[in-house]
Design a protein. Structure first.
Length: 350
């Protein structure tokens, strides 16, 4: 088993490299570099071509910096873990090709990692005692997944979004409110200034099953924005009402899954899990009542980062898995280890 794993993440608009060092079951994070691409703020969203070019220019220096931060040279690395998908295919290709070249030239082991499995492993970087079974809510710009996790590497899909992911909804609503990109942090900063009773938005599908839908909520915000005679006055109230609606839906579904499975741990992951408001609501609804403890990584490890990719790769390498030189980027990469959910709990429709 590898003792030093280099992780590489380039699925969207963060160029990241990380180094994990240690024993088989309890590796420690020795170095982590995350370089965000601010150019996308100008366009109000990620421009795939610009993202790919930025990764290409930055990745060698980012990897060198992560190794230097860890205090080791390339010769000490035993394996390279890289995000294979899902994500922007051009951005993914930069990381995959670079990782393959490093591993091939240095005769190192190579493992491709699913981006969302990386998010699932993120809390484990800081909390090595975290162990299944648990329910995981993974919420990002492109995905909203509710999983029953009976064991590492085994995932039962309870629910997913039927249309927009929660993170995408935050970005689109932030654009409607004139708050810029990325939307989640901007809305979270503004929402505490809003009156929660000023506007009331629907909670789509909150009271049924485990699936999600946020397109109708976006439409409700759009209509409210168009109806406002003073958007400057109403902006914080709209932000508060929208955020409250999304978080209520997310945590209600999570609580329902916890009660149905009987698990005592809930894991939050993905970029939206950087939200203190989300973590706070989960703690109040789950932890304070003694229903389940809530495990959530620090914001740095919930954003797209290579530490989570290295940790998921470490796990896969420990199972004896390896990728060969045909490893390729896949924008639609399926989650490994996915099993049907128990019929008593229900499952997401395809």
């Amino acid at each position: 088993m590898a003792d030093v794993v280099l992780g590489i993440e380039t699925s969207c608009d963060e160029t990241s490299a990380a180094v994990l060092v240690g024993e088989r079951r309890r590796p420690e994070l020795a170095g982590l570099v995350i370089l965000s691409q601010d150019v996308h703020r100008v366009f109000g969203g990620v421009v795939p071509e610009l993202a790919s070019r930025a990764h290409l220019a930055a990745l060698p220096a980012v990897v060198d910096r992560a190794l230097a931060e860890a205090g080791i040279g390339w010769s000490a690395v035993d394996a390279v873990a890289v995000t294979q998908g899902p994500g922007l295919v051009g951005a993914l290709l930069v990381g995959v090709v670079y990782a393959k070249a490093l591993a091939y030239a240095g005769d190192r082991e190579l493992i491709g990692v699913h981006h969302m499995e990386g998010h699932l492993f993120a809390p484990l970087v800081e909390d090595p005692d975290l162990a299944p079974p648990f329910v995981a809510l993974l919420v990002s710009g492109g995905h909203t997944l509710l999983l029953d996790v009976p064991a590492w590497g085994r995932y039962r899909l309870l629910g997913a979004t039927r249309d927009d992911a929660a993170g995408e909804a935050f970005d689109k609503v932030a654009t409607l409110l004139g708050l810029g990109y990325p939307g989640g942090p901007a809305i979270e900063r503004l929402a505490p200034q809003g009156d929660p009773t000023r506007f009331s938005f629907p909670r789509p599908m909150r009271d049924e099953g485990y699936e999600f839908s946020f397109s109708g909520l976006k439409t409700a915000v759009l209509r409210a924005v168009r109806s406002s005679d003073d958007l400057e006055r109403d902006r914080p109230h709209l932000a508060r009402a929208f955020q409250d609606a999304v978080l209520d839906v997310l945590i209600t579904k999570l609580e329902r899954a916890i009660r149905a499975t009987g698990h005592r741990t809930a894991v939050l992951g993905g970029g939206v899990a950087c939200s203190r408001a989300l973590a706070g609501l989960a703690a109040r609804r789950l932890s304070d009542g003694g229903l389940a403890r809530v495990a959530v990584a620090s914001p740095r490890l919930n954003a797209d980062n290579a530490a989570m990719i290295a940790r998921a790769g470490w796990y896969r390498l420990g199972l004896g898995e390896r990728s060969d030189w045909t490893l390729d980027a896949r924008a639609d990469l399926p989650l490994p280890g996915l099993e049907p959910a128990p019929t008593t709990l229900g499952a997401a429709h395809p």
